[in-house]
Design a protein around this ligand. Structure first.
Ligand code: PLP
Length: 405
């Protein structure tokens, strides 16, 4: 039993929740430990190995004993690699003082929000959203302002809805595409319309989370907002990482490019938490960013094939309906047709959390409820799984839906 005094934990701890996908993963681990056969469609990371040339570069860096603290804003090599990447892929040309490096895109986003958001500042977040955004904003003392992006509008934020959400207190728009969880990829025209709104409101800044940039399907082309509207560059920070593009989530290297004052303050924030990112991780990221990019194409084609398997299977299940994801790694599937039905044990499915628990308990398939991403009744099913698991998982979900009455 804890003997801690009531106010031992800081009030900020009650302002936010732990990551919902981590809670789901914990429940899945418990069931697997009990010996249950669980198919996990919860992965938030690609499953390819670290590219061979990256591994070689890391060995060389270790050989050179690159094992010391690195500059807080990133090694020179890493910032140069990010500079090359932004110019090559996004037509964004940053000075070295306009790039910062952190332990993943998540830390870079966190640093920027902590460095810029004051009590009561508003941050516009299109919903459904990556579950961490609102909690990061709340932790920084800000107020998340959600813009509903329903399925019948392709889960996309219209420029009109964006403009309607802007107030004098708006500090940032956080835009993520390809989006987690809905896989939305904005076209050049859609981004231009959003950029035009931002142009009319000079106090609004844009935080563009591009971590899924390379996981994009059906030969779509990726654009980022600062590329579309260069006049927004002095108030846009473009964030990316090697996590999803190169399947290097555990190396923990992300980077941001934007105005030098914002970048300097983000690094200042990092200087009193983790300081510089891992030396070896940065050596790995340099090799990934400036090395052969062709493997991305083959890997994305492989993911697209898996997307098609899961997407097809979900749409064959009674009561489910899923749009074709344009990017990222997830099917964001409506389970509206299952709500109000009863399980074979007689339990009423009242919402998407009930439905995902039913899938887990009844047929051993783990997915994450849409409520965690701000939109119900949906669930997120990752297609980062083996082909066999995607097929078996799909069949099990179809059975679970058939068994409802
Ligand atoms: N942004 C989005 C939208 C994500 O889904 C994730 C991870 O799931 C991240 C950022 C975190 O990326 P990183 O591993 O670079 O911190």
């Amino acid at each position: 039993m804890s003997t801690r005094i009531d106010n031992f934990f800081a009030p900020r701890m009650s302002r936010f929740k732990p990551s919902p996908s981590q809670i789901a993963s914990q429940r899945v681990r418990e069931l697997i430990a009990e010996g249950k056969d669980i198919i996990k469609l919860t992965a938030g990371e690609p499953d390819f190995p670290t590219p061979l040339h990256v591994k070689w570069s890391v060995m060389q860096a270790m050989d050179r004993d690159e094992a010391r603290y690195t500059p807080v804003n990133g090694t020179l090599e890493m910032r140069k690699a990010a500079q090359i990447k932004f110019a090559r892929d996004n037509d964004l040309h940053f000075g070295l003082d306009e790039i910062c490096v952190g332990s993943g895109a998540k830390q870079v986003l966190f640093n920027i929000l902590m460095a810029t958001v004051s009590q009561g500042d508003e941050v516009i977040i299109p919903s459904p959203y990556w579950a961490s955004y609102p909690d990061m904003v709340l932790l920084a003392g800000g107020k998340p302002i959600f813009v509903d992006c329903p399925q019948n509008r392709g889960f996309r934020m219209s420029s009109e809805d964006f403009e309607a959400a802007i107030t004098t207190k708006t500090k940032w728009l956080m835009i993520c595409q390809p989006s987690n969880p809905a896989g939305v990829v904005y076209s050049r025209e859609e981004l231009k319309a959003i950029a035009d709104v931002a142009m009319r409101h000079p106090h609004v800044h844009i935080l563009s989370d591009d971590v899924y940039e390379h996981l994009i399907f059906d030969e779509r082309k990726f654009y980022t907002i600062a590329q579309i509207e260069p006049r927004l560059r002095h108030r846009t920070v473009t964030v990316n990482s090697v996590s999803k593009a190169f399947s290097m989530t555990g190396w923990r290297v992300g980077y941001g490019g934007g105005p030098s004052d914002i970048i300097a303050n983000a690094s200042k924030m990092q200087s009193q938490s983790t300081a510089g990112s891992s030396s070896i991780g940065q050596a790995a990221a340099v090799a990934a960013l400036i090395g052969d990019q062709s493997l991305i194409i083959a890997r994305t084609a492989d993911l697209q094939r898996r997307r098609d398997i899961l997407h097809g299977a979900l749409n064959q299940a009674d009561g489910l309906h899923c749009d074709l994801p344009e990017g990222a790694m997830y099917c964001f599937c409506s389970c509206a047709g299952a709500i109000g039905k009863r399980t074979p044990e007689g339990k009423l499915i009242e919402n998407d959390t009930d439905f995902t628990m039913y899938l887990l308990d009844h047929v051993g398939v783990a997915v994450v409820q849409g409520a965690a991403y701000g939109l119900s009744p949906y669930f997120r099913a990752s297609f980062v799984a083996t082909e066999e698991d995607l097929i078996r998982g799909g069949e099990r979900i179809q059975k679970a839906c058939r068994d409802l009455s």
